[in-house]
Design a protein around this ligand. Structure first.
Ligand SMILES: *[C@@H]1O[C@H](CO)[C@@H](O)[C@H](O)[C@H]1NC(C)=O
Ligand SMILES: *[C@@H]1O[C@H](CO)[C@@H](O)[C@H](O)[C@H]1NC(C)=O
Length: 335
């Protein structure tokens, strides 16, 4: 009897060891992509992702997790309808998707035009056509990666996140639609007892969301690698202000504020998650000029090319360097 008990004890200890071993060896590194908010500059992100693919290959951009806000949420879905191994197809299709976008397949006027939009709808334009466009062009309606989309709930004022658990239909046509609903222009989306607008209202870059999802497969921050694609420029030219008038001062002030905000979002992520590997940062060297939301074809193509080139540059500079540069810049600004 005693022998039997100790044998059982032995076995259960062995099992416990096995379980612990399995648990520790089952943790895998996690690679995540974070896509910034940024109006119609989604084409830049598609180009950047293409460039990353060209430089790093399929495996280099085989992301376990994709996190997007606003236009980044639309690219998150576009990328994630392709499973691991189809990174080339994903990036090719994203370019096609953006090249096919025109103003007419993103939004139309309401029957009574702007007055109806202003007083009777939750946004100036009707964006239902965009859903039709996505349904028509999407090769699949299924999500294959872990995703997190950020939106703002007007009811509670909170930043809310949606994941692939919702299923394609709700994630794309409610979550992403809400996440990219620029308040006042595109209609707010009523969903799950929330009223959703652009996630970029308060959070342009959801690094924390990506890390949360990564922790489902990784055990420690060290096992997480993050690439970030921004839409807004990282250089602030030094200007001569001697003949500035009032408007110039206001415009310049806005530019400086915006620039510092952008840098702060990245820097905050670096400071909050010091052990995470922030690998490639693709960021426009110059502001992407153009009238937002007009989806002009020539402009779209230019943005795609800029994104590609900036991705090549980021790879050429080597991993981690772009992030280090931002850290230095922030230290210089704050000192
Ligand atoms: C919004 O646009 C869609 C697609 O063009 C159309 O079917 C729908 O009736 C429009 N909604 C309203 C309220 O006009
Ligand atoms: C929806 O929100 C309102 C107000 O926040 C609350 O009173 C109501 O119970 C909620 N309904 C559901 C179904 O959660």
């Amino acid at each position: 009897m005693k022998g039997r008990i100790s044998l059982l004890l032995c076995m259960s200890v062995a099992l416990l060891h096995l379980a612990i071993m399995l648990q520790t060896t089952s943790a895998t590194p996690c690679k995540a992509l974070v896509l910034e908010a940024g109006g119609d500059r989604g084409a830049y992100q598609a180009g950047a992702l293409k460039g990353l693919y060209e430089g790093l290959g399929s495996e280099g951009i085989d992301y376990d997790v994709v996190s997007g806000v606003s236009i980044g949420s639309i690219n998150t879905i576009a990328y994630s309808i392709f499973p691991s191994g189809e990174e080339k197809e994903a990036t090719d299709w994203m370019i096609e998707f953006w090249e096919g976008i025109t103003r007419e397949n993103v939004f139309v006027n309401w029957p009574y035009s702007v007055p109806e939009g202003l007083f009777y709808q939750k946004g100036l334009f009707n964006t239902s056509v965009f859903i039709d466009y996505v349904k028509e062009i999407a090769p699949r309606q299924e999500i294959f990666r872990k995703v997190t989309l950020g939106a703002t709930d007007l009811k509670s004022g909170k930043f809310v996140r949606f994941t692939e658990e919702l299923g394609f239909e709700d994630l794309a046509f409610k979550g992403a639609k809400g996440s990219s609903a620029i308040p006042g222009i595109f209609p707010a989306v009523d969903f799950m007892n929330m009223t959703l607008v652009d996630g970029g209202v308060e959070n342009y870059l959801d690094v924390a969301g990506a890390i949360d999802r990564c922790m489902e497969i990784a055990d420690t921050d060290e096992e997480i690698t993050i690439d970030v694609i921004m839409c807004n420029g990282d250089t602030l030219d030094i200007v001569d202000t001697s003949d500035y008038n009032t408007i110039d001062v206001v415009m310049r002030y806005r530019k400086v504020t915006k620039y510092r905000e952008e840098m702060r979002w990245i820097n905050d992520a670096l400071v909050t998650f010091p052990r995470v590997n922030f690998r490639y940062l693709v960021i426009p060297e110059k502001p992407l000029k153009g009238v937002p939301i007009l989806f002009n074809k020539k402009h779209t193509r230019r943005m795609i090319n800029l994104g590609r080139e900036d991705a090549w540059k980021a790879i050429e500079k080597g991993p981690y360097t772009q992030f280090d540069k931002i850290k230095e810049t922030m230290e210089a600004i704050q000192s």
